[in-house]
Design a binder for this molecule. Structure first.
Ligand code: NAD
Length: 482
């Protein structure tokens, strides 16, 4: 059978040791892969390359498309860019997958039946890092949720669930507050979910959902979330699992994918043959499933589970066992742990549930539905920087400048309507949103005329936001109290 060529980065700190251990297991299990090694990380950073990735490494990453990466040490001090963020953005790795499960009763866990996968959208939301200071007192970040980006991640979550034999996909958003952005994510989840009648679906508001995730993780199987919530949820579930040394993660794109442990380079354990290679091994298992070698993935995971069952563990797990009053374990080093796994290749665990992976590559269907919505311009929000005037004074000036077409509807401060209104309780900043709407469609020229009239009154507009309708549906949010 044809071998897959993958790129391997040994990383820093404990990276090289755990990578050696993982490659030993991979090759002993008959993984059909050939490797090209690249040097990225600390050495490259310290040689003056602030990205930490030399051009030659990029060539190899792009050629092979699959990267297995050990953790990297980011040197202290400013100016060094995160390798992970750079790789994720450059290669379009839109899905971040973090499976977390309990190994109870072998490793005691307060949620013995936990076995879930967080599927985090990886490119959009607040992680566009589009931020501004707008006035002396106000800052702003853009939360971007797109139709094609959301369709891709939702479809990925369902396909992944189906391929790996999971029966339920849960979506979490805050669409009771963010009706347009998170509302879109939820709506697309419901739409695409219909194409998967064999899979149960449910939706949780993120705050209660996150609490449930922390308290009763066993009720979830696959959880799909927008970027920021997914980032937080991933760490919440990793914490419940007990040891940071166990979990792997995958970053998946249309063409490229990167697999790594969730922990860092643990420099204080570097070179001591103590680190647990399980996180990187579990990442390598995900990689094998991704490239269509589920048979080898299954073999490796079962041998690893059997090793845990035989209570052969590295120092970190030994500590957890000891804390739980378990003493009949054998503590070994990184290398010896890998050898113990290799010895058990072909065996299956007896207490823990054996792994079962698809033997074919998980294929994500073409995702993009072309949507040609016609947006009709029906108004404008004009943002002012103003610290001298009171709401009713701004309101009065703006009523004088409103045009035949564009009428002042309201003014908000921090999203709360302050004009026309008697509310005086809310804290007022120097950042005002003034909404002008029209009964019929308007043009950019109408907006320019309005802005000129606003300027003529001595008011400082700092930003505008166009207000659209699609058909007879308003596609912008109402002000709090509007
Ligand atoms: P860390 O995850 O490296 O280590 C924290 C502690 O967790 C360690 O001291 C150790 O007690 C334990 N630990 C971690 N991995 C372990 C393993 N495999 N086996 C046994 N115990 C393990 O986090 P940190 O100390 O905050 O970060 C160290 C360096 O790693 C920093 O330079 C950081 O930037 C980097 N980092 C890299 C990545 C990555 O490359 N993906 C991720 C996180 C942190």
């Amino acid at each position: 059978m044809e071998k897959a060529r993958i790129t391997v980065a040994r990383g820093d700190g404990i990276g090289p040791e755990i990578m050696d251990a993982v490659l030993n297991v991979l090759f002993s299990a008959g993984a059909r892969v050939e490797i090209d090694e690249i040097e990225v990380g600390e050495k490259v950073y310290l040689s003056g390359n602030t990205s930490g990735i030399p051009d030659t490494a990029w060539e190899t990453i792009k050629k092979n498309k699959i990267l297995l990466k050990a953790p990297i040490t980011t040197p202290q001090g400013g100016g060094y860019k995160s390798i992970n963020v750079t790789i994720r953005k450059t290669l379009g790795l839109y899905a971040n997958l973090r499976p977390v499960r309990s190994y109870h009763p072998i490793i005691p866990c307060r949620s013995p039946n936990m076995n879930l996968v967080i599927v985090r959208e990886n490119e959009e939301d607040l992680y566009g890092s589009i931020e501004y200071q707008q006035t002396s007192e106000m800052t702003m970040a853009l939360k971007l949720i797109s139709i094609p980006g959301t369709e891709k991640i939702i479809r990925f979550a369902f396909e992944y669930a189906r391929a790996t034999g999971r029966t339920k996909v849960t979506c979490m958003t805050k669409d009771n507050i963010l009706k347009i952005t998170d509302g879109l994510f939820h709506k697309i989840f419901e739409e695409i979910g219909q194409e998967y009648p064999d899979i149960q679906k449910d939706h949780w508001i993120i705050d209660i959902g996150m609490a449930k995730l922390a308290n009763s993780p066993e009720i979830f199987e696959v959880v799909v979330l927008p970027n920021l919530y997914g980032d937080i949820a991933s760490d919440v579930v990793a914490e419940i699992a007990g040891s940071i040394g166990l979990a792997g993660s995958a970053n998946i794109g249309d063409e490229y994918a990167m697999f790594e442990a969730i922990h860092g380079s643990a420099p204080k354990y570097a070179g001591l043959n103590m680190a647990n290679p399980s996180g990187l091994l579990n990442a390598a298992v995900m990689m094998l499933v991704h490239i269509g070698q589920g048979d080898i993935a299954q073999k490796i995971e079962n041998a690893w589970l059997k090793t845990l069952e035989d209570k052969i563990v590295t120092y970190d797990i030994a500590r957890v066992l000891k804390e739980n009053g378990i003493t009949d374990y054998k503590q070994v080093g990184t290398k010896e742990f890998a050898s113990a796994i290799v010895e058990r290749i072909g065996e299956e665990p007896k207490v823990l549930k054996p792994a079962k992976y698809p033997l074919i590559k998980i294929k994500i269907k073409e995702t993009r539905n072309v949507r040609d919505a016609i947006l009709t311009l029906r108004g404008v929000d004009v943002f002012l920087d103003e610290r001298r005037l009171k709401p009713h004074e701004i309101g009065k000036l703006l009523e004088e400048v409103q045009t035949e077409k564009l009428k002042l509807i309201m003014i908000t401060n921090r999203g709360q309507k302050v004009y026309p209104s008697e509310i005086t309780e809310t804290l007022l900043t120097d950042h005002w949103r003034c909404r002008f709407e029209s009964d019929s469609s308007i043009t950019h020229k109408d907006i320019r005329e309005l802005l000129e009239r606003i300027e003529a009154k001595g008011l400082n507009w700092i930003k505008i936001e166009n207000l659209y309708y699609i058909g007879d549906k308003r596609v912008y949010s109402l002000g709090q109290g509007q």
